[in-house]
Ligand binder design. Sequence first.
Ligand code: NAD
Length: 376
Amino acid sequence: MNKLRVAILGGGGILPSHLEGFRAVADRCEIIAVAEASSSRDEFLRKAIGPEVRIVRDYREALALPNVEAVDILLPHHLHMPATIEAARAGKHVLVEKVMARNVWECDRMIAACEKAGVTLTVCHDRRYHGEWRAVKEIVSSGMLGEIFFWKLDHNQDVAIPKSSWAYWKDGIGGGCLMSCLTHQIDALRWFGGEVEKVSALTVVRPGRMEGEFAAIVAAQMKSGALAELSINWWTRSHRGENRLWYELIQVCGTKGELYRMDGRGVFLRLHEADEAAVARYGEAVTRDFVEIKTEGESGHVGCIREWVDMLLGRGGRVITSGRECRGTVEVAEAAYRSVETERTVALPIRPRRWKPFGMPLEVVGLAVSRTTAKD
Ligand SMILES: NC(=O)c1ccc[n+]([C@@H]2O[C@H](COP(=O)([O-])OP(=O)(O)OC[C@H]3O[C@@H](n4cnc5c(N)ncnc54)[C@H](O)[C@@H]3O)[C@@H](O)[C@H]2O)c1
C-alpha cells in the first residue's frame, strides 16, 4: 500500500502530541519533511521522527516538495491563513491546528482557497476526537438529559508568555487567550449543543502577562434557548501539583439529569428521571448518585490524525472538523471580542472584517513573517 506522504509545518510545543498521532498510523503514513524556523529544534526532530527526516527552515520550502501530498500546520496563528492558502495552491491537503485563524475573514479565505484547489481543509480541534468528550456528546445526543438549559465549560492554565514569542502579541495569537484556547470550549459547545445566537463578554488585560487578555468570560445564549457560561483563565495553578483540582470542566444541566466531565477525574452522570434504556445501561444507581461513565482512553490528537489520514487514503476516516464546520467557532470568539469592544451583546452572524494589525514587532515576526499579499 502507498503511504500518505506528509510534511509538518512548525516543530514547536504542540509537535509531540501530533507525533503520537502519526506513530499510531505509521503503517499508512510517513512524515517526509518538517519545516521549522529554529535550528535549535533539529536534534529533537531527528530523534523524534528519524535521522533521515528532511528539515527545512521555512514552510514554503516544504510546500515546494512535489512528493508531499498533505501538510499538518502547527505554525503561529497569524500564519494559519497564508500557509493554508499557499498549501492549497500547491495542491496539498491541509490539517491546521486550532485555532483555525485569527478571524472569520481569514477563515473564509482559507475555505475558498482549498475549495478552489480541490483539496480538503481540516481543523485539529482535538477535543472532538477525545474519548471523554465523545462520551459527553453521545449522552447529550441520546436525549436522556431532557431539555438542556445550562452549559458551563471552562479552561484553566498558567501561561506567562515572553515578549519574544508570537503568542504574546495580539497580531500573533489573534487577540488573547479567548481566541487561542477558549475556542476549545466554544467549539465543543457548538458540537454538543448547536449554534450560538448571541454573546456578551468581558476580559482582563495586564501587559506584563501578554498584550491581549489573559482571562475572559463569555456568556452565550444558544439557538435552543439554553444559556452557556464559558471562561478561560491563564493565571491559575488549579491543574498543577499533587493535589491538582481541575484543568477543564464541562457541566451540562437538563430537565431530566446532569452530566459532568472533569479533566483527570472522568465523566459523571446523574439522572433525575431515568427511562428503562438508561437504567439498563448505567444501572439503578444513576438515579440516586453520580455514576462514572466508562470512556476510551485515546487522546484527541491521536484520534484526529488517524481519522484525517484515513479520510485522505479513502479508508473511511470520520473527520468532523472541516474548515466550514470550525469557521463558526472562530465567529463566536470574534463576536465575543466585538462585545468587549462595544460593551454590548452581539448577535450572530457577524460581518467578516479584515485583521487590523496592532503592531507585533518585526524582530518577533522574524522568519514567521508572511509574504502572502493582503488580497489573499
Ligand atoms: N490543541 C492543543 O491543546 C494545543 C496546545 C498548544 C498549541 N496548540 C496550537 O498549535 C499551534 C502551534 O503552537 P505551539 O505552541 O506549538 O507554538 P510554538 O511557538 O511552540 O511553535 C511554532 C513553531 O513554528 C515555527 N515557525 C514560525 N514561523 C515559521 C516559518 N515561517 N516556517 C517554519 N517554521 C516556523 C517556530 O519556530 C516555532 O517552533 C497553534 O495553532 C496553537 O494554538 C494547540
